[in-house]
Design a binder for this molecule. Structure first.
Ligand code: NAI
Length: 222
C-alpha cells in the first residue's frame, strides 16, 4: 500500500471537494475525465489538480485522463471513509440533535452510536435511532461500542473537562464545535468546526467588495 503520510495538509484539505465532484460525475455516468474538464467544473486550475492528484501516483494517464470510479474509491480510502467510524455526540441540544438528524454522515461511514447529556428531560429520548444517555455512562459506552470519534456540542465552559474524560476513555478524535481550543495528547486529533468564524470570513469578503464598489463609484463621480 502506498505511504500517504507525506502528503501536505493543504492537499488533504482539498480531497473532500474532489471526492464530492467525482461522486457527482459517477451519478452522471461519466467514467473518465481529463484534468482540464475537471478544472472547468471545479474552477481550480488543471495544474493544481494534476499536482494534487499526482501525490497519490498512477491515477491519471496521458491521453486518457482520470478513471472516475477508481479515483473516487482511492480518495475514499485515503480519507478513511471506506471504513466505519463509530461516533458519539456529547450535548444533545440544538446542534447535537441537528447533527444526529443528518443522514448523510452514515453514508460516509460515520455511525452515530449514541448521544450524551446532563439534562434529565433529554435523557432517554431517541434521535433518529441514537439514544440520549446520561453523561455518567460515557466511559463504559465508549469502551463497549469501540467509539473512535466524539462530537462536542456542549457549552465551551464544559468542553475541557469532557475532553479530558474522552481522552482517558480512549477516544482518538474530537470533532469540536464548542468555541474553545482543546489541549489533548499528540495521539488524539481535534478538528474544530466554527460556523461563526466562517461567517466572519464571509463578512470580511462582502465588506471588502462593498468598499471596493463604493471607492469605484466615488472615483467615477469625482
Ligand atoms: P444547547 O443549549 O441547545 O445544547 C447544549 C446541550 O449541552 C444541552 O442540552 C446541555 O444540557 C448539554 N450539556 C451541558 N453541559 C454538558 C455536559 N457537561 N455534558 C453533556 N451535556 C452537557 O446549545 P446548542 O445551540 O446546541 O450549542 C451547543 C454548543 O455548540 C455551544 O457551545 C455553542 O456555542 C456551540 N455552537 C457551535 C457552533 C459552531 O459552528 N461551532 C454553532 C452553533 C453552536
Amino acid at each position: 500500500m502506498t505511504d500517504y503520510k507525506q502528503i501536505s495538509k493543504a492537499v488533504i484539505s482539498r480531497l473532500p471537494r474532489y471526492y464530492r465532484y467525482l461522486g457527482e460525475l459517477m451519478e452522471e455516468g461519466i467514467e473518465r475525465i481529463s484534468s482540464n474538464e475537471l478544472s472547468a467544473r471545479m474552477k481550480v486550475t488543471a495544474s493544481q489538480i494534476r499536482q494534487d492528484l499526482n501525490n497519490f501516483g498512477g491515477f491519471g494517464q496521458q491521453g486518457y485522463g482520470y478513471n472516475v470510479k477508481y479515483l473516487y474509491a482511492e480518495i475514499a480510502r485515503i480519507l478513511g471513509i471506506d471504513r466505519q467510524h463509530n461516533l458519539i455526540i456529547i450535548g444533545a441540544g440544538n446542534l447535537g440533535q441537528a447533527i444526529a438528524n443528518y443522514t448523510n454522515f452514515e453514508k460516509r461511514g460515520f455511525i452515530i452510536k449514541g448521544m450524551f447529556d446532563i439534562n434529565p428531560r433529554l435523557i432517554g429520548l431517541v434521535v433518529r435511532g441514537a439514544k440520549i444517555r446520561g453523561i455518567d455512562d460515557l466511559e463504559q459506552f465508549i469502551v463497549e461500542n469501540e467509539v473512535q470519534i466524539a462530537a462536542l456540542t456542549i457549552p465551551k465552559s464544559k468542553a475541557p473537562e469532557i475532553a479530558d474524560r474522552l481522552v482517558k476513555a480512549g477516544i482518538k478524535a474530537i470533532w469540536n464545535f464548542a468555541h474553545t481550543d482543546l489541549s489533548v495528547p499528540d495521539d488524539v486529533v481535534v478538528e474544530n468546526v466554527h460556523l461563526s468564524e466562517s461567517l466572519m470570513r464571509l463578512s470580511y469578503r462582502v465588506c471588502s467588495m462593498q468598499d471596493e464598489r463604493e471607492r469605484r463609484e466615488k472615483g467615477q463621480l469625482s
